[in-house]
Structures are given as structure tokens and as C-alpha cells.
Design a protein around this ligand. Sequence first.
Ligand SMILES: O=c1nc2n(C[C@H](O)[C@H](O)[C@H](O)CO)c3cc(O)ccc3cc-2c(=O)[nH]1
Ligand SMILES: C[C@H]1O[C@@H](n2cnc3c(N)ncnc32)[C@H](O)[C@@H]1O
Ligand code: SF4
Length: 358
Amino acid sequence: MISREEAINFLNSTSSKDILDKLAQINNTFKREYITYSKNVFIPLSKWCRNKCGYCIFREDKPSLMKPNEVKEILLKGDKLGCREALFTFGEHVDENKEIKEQLKSMGYDSILEYLYDLEEWTLNNTSLLPHTNCGILNYDELKMLKEVNASMGLMLENASERLMDTVAHKHSPGKHPKLRIEMIENAGKLKIPFTTGLLIGIGETNEEIVDSLFKIKEIHEKYGHIQEVIIQNFRAKRGIPMENYKEPSPIKMLKVIILAKLILDGISIQIPPNLNRETGQLFLLAGVDDWGGVSPLTKDYVNPEAEWPEIRELREWTEELGLKLKMRLPVYDKYISEEWLSEKVYNKIIEMGWLKE
Ligand SMILES: O=c1nc2n(C[C@H](O)[C@H](O)[C@H](O)CO)c3cc(O)ccc3cc-2c(=O)[nH]1
Ligand SMILES: C[C@H]1O[C@@H](n2cnc3c(N)ncnc32)[C@H](O)[C@@H]1O
Ligand code: SF4
């Protein structure tokens, strides 16, 4: 649909006409009625992390671990508020930390992932929420184990550039090596796990690197067909991070990347987080964005704590003003709700709840 060269030229160009032409192309090619979102609760199981990304404010040095009762309380409150997604997002390889490891031992667990599994199984058995895990690098066997209790899983590619491993963004983050990230996304494909990935825009990458990253995701999806959505996430500068003086991507830069994502990743949903794009999100719908991602009535976005979630009412207004309809979705997209893609546990839960017909 668009070549690498054309895509790079487009990102490098300052011609408004180029943008308007591509918007027309998108308008003529893609028809959609609904914009989806997922109502979730955010469970930051641990804020310790083996990586130190230059853009991250989530990570803490102290060895934290949420207790089962804390987790269950949030899940039950979210359940009452009509949430359908339990988002377990936390630091990478948390049990490399000795104190956390000991805490886990005292609870009877050999690893954080065993603890996670129990919490997610409890979620399935006791609430109307479905787990989605995004906790950094996992190996094949770990993914296989967690597939049992997750409706979908995720890992941001961030960017496919190895060069970034020598820059402020990723120089202290072995887990952000694109080889590891690509390997994990491929393993998720082999295991038929409905998957969320994405790019973080504005971390010192070049236009070529953005385009190559989009083509890399396309290439993986062509092999396995498991990428349900790609998040185009804008870097947010925050006080106290190594990258605090980095420039946030401009709205036009974001618009152009979204346009390319839409054209390159044909058939995959494009998500932008509405709390990071309050002023611009609506305009991005014009470029083919089809999903607002996870929105929580209860918990904050711990990765971007300064950015409040819009109310569902606001999301609906933004969506309907463009003649589109807002629709709640599960953490797994409709087209992956089948025995082919889901574990028996998760599939049966969805059937029991009567969500398949919705
Ligand atoms: O609240 C957030 N949710 C984030 N989510 C959750 C996401 O909005 C939903 O969980 C998915 O759309 C699945 O329904 C992520 C999920 C991933 O798999 C990968 C990255 C993210 C990033 C964020 C994030 O920064 N903040
Ligand atoms: C959970 C995801 O949040 C993203 N993330 C981490 N820090 C920031 C930031 N300062 N601004 C925007 N997104 C961020 C990364 O892409 C990570 O994978
Ligand atoms: S973004 Fe994720 S991997 Fe990077 S330091 Fe923060 S918690 Fe760790």
C-alpha cells in the first residue's frame, strides 16, 4: 500500500498537500462506524524494574509489591463500576530483586509470574474482568503459562532501532533491545496470543527508524496474524526523568505517524491514548485511529500519572462529533474471540458472561 521510501519521504516532507492527499486516501480506503475503548483498572503490581528507561517515571528503586488484598480490592471496585479489563502493567524481571523474591517466597511463590497467574485466575473466577498483562520481556514458556489466564497480552516494541540502545532512552535498559522485543512478539504469535504492541514517538528516533519499526510490526503480523492493535504513544516530558528536556512530538508529527501506521498496518487497529492526546485525539480520528485504548473510571495511568483519563462522556462527545459511534470492547478484540485464539478458561468465561453476542 505504501513503500518504505515513500513513507520516509512523507515523514521528511513539510508539504501540507502531502498530508491532505494521504488523508483523502485513508478516507477513500477505510470505512468504519465504531471507535472502541476498553474500561479498565490499572494494577501496578510492582514498580521495581531491571531497566531504567530515560523516559520513565513509573519505575522506583525501592522493592515494592502489591499485596493480594490490595489487588483484589481494586478488581472488585472496578467490577462494580463496570470495568472489563484488569491491566497488569509492571516492571520487567521484578524477581531479580532479592527483597521482592523473598517477599514472594514468604507468600509461597517461586516467582512473580506464579503470583501473577494466581491473581489473574482469581480475577477470572471472581469478577467480570479479563486480564491483560504488559510487564516487559517474557520467554516462550512464561507466555505459554500466562496465556491460560489472559485475554490478550502486550509489549511495546517502542522502536526497532538498536542504535537507541546507546542513547539516553535505552542505554540502561537491556530489556528494550529490539531483538528481545521482536523475539517475544513472535513467540506470542507462535502461541496465538492476541497481542498489543506499539511505538513510543519522540525518544530520539529518526524518521527512518519510525518507518522501519512499522514495517517490522507488519512483517511479524503477516507471519502470525496476532497483532490486534498498535499503540502510537507520544512521549510526554516529565520533571525528574533523564529525558526531561526532550521535545514532545508535535501534533503534526503524530498525525503523520498515525497516517503511516494506518496505511502500513492494514487490518490492525490503531490506538492512541486519549489522556495523552486530550486536545488532538479527535483530529487523529480523522487519520484513521480506531481505538481509544484503556480508560479507567477508578485508577490513574501510573505510567503518565499527570495525565487524567477523560470521562467516557467526553470520549463519546469527541467520537460522535465526527459522526462515529463509541463502543466498549473487551481487552481482546472481537475477531479474536474464538477457541482458536483463547485458552479454554478465558473463552468459556466470555461465553458464560454472554459477551460473544454483544
Ligand atoms: O493506562 C495505560 N494503559 C496502557 N496499556 C493498556 C491498553 O490501553 C489496553 O490494555 C489495551 O488496549 C488492551 O485492551 C498498554 C497495554 C500494552 O499492551 C502495552 C502498553 C500499554 C501502555 C499503557 C499506558 O501507558 N497506560
Ligand atoms: C507502558 C508504556 O508506556 C510508555 N511510556 C513510558 N514512559 C512514557 C512517557 N514519559 N511518555 C509516554 N509514554 C511513556 C512506554 O512505551 C511503555 O512501554
Ligand atoms: S518503561 Fe517499563 S521497562 Fe522502562 S524503566 Fe519503566 S517500567 Fe521499566
